[in-house]
Design a protein around this ligand. Structure first.
Ligand SMILES: [Zn+2]
Length: 134
């Protein structure tokens, strides 16, 4: 088996991330009333637990994560570890950005799709994803 990764160990990369906004999806079981009526008796809707809707988190406004956020890593945003999960359904490649301690690694795991080599690439992808959200 041969696996191609987008980055190598030690590569300096940029990550993009997004804010999330909470939206409320109206409950279709109770028509957002929070109650259902069975044989003239009112019950709390079992689907939304009386809330009348479901909360969902959607991505909003992608941006480049600036180096300031990585200051605990001395601005060295390097790939220190590559995690590969292979299942029948998918191959998931994630990169640990952070630092190496004597026996372990510390940092944040990033999805391959959210990392880029250059500011230009990262900006273009933010723009593309933000257009998709509109
Ligand atoms: Zn409901």
């Amino acid at each position: 088996m041969e696996i191609k990764t987008k980055f190598n160990l030690g590569d300096k990369v940029l990550g993009i991330s997004h804010c999330t906004k909470e939206i409320i999806i109206p409950c279709s079981t109770c028509d957002s009333t929070g109650e259902i009526t069975i044989k003239d008796k009112k019950f709390e809707c079992p689907d939304c637990y009386g809330e009348g809707g479901h909360n969902e988190y959607q991505p909003e406004a992608w941006y480049i994560v600036t180096e300031g956020l990585f200051s605990c890593y001395d601005n060295n945003v390097n790939v220190v570890k590559i995690d590969i999960d292979i299942t029948k359904e998918e191959t998931k490649i994630r990169y640990l950005l952070g630092r190496k301690y004597s026996k372990s690694y510390s940092g944040t795991l990033w999805d391959e799709n959210d990392l880029f080599k250059t500011v230009g690439e990262a900006e273009a992808e933010c723009e593309r994803r933000n257009k998709e959200l509109e």
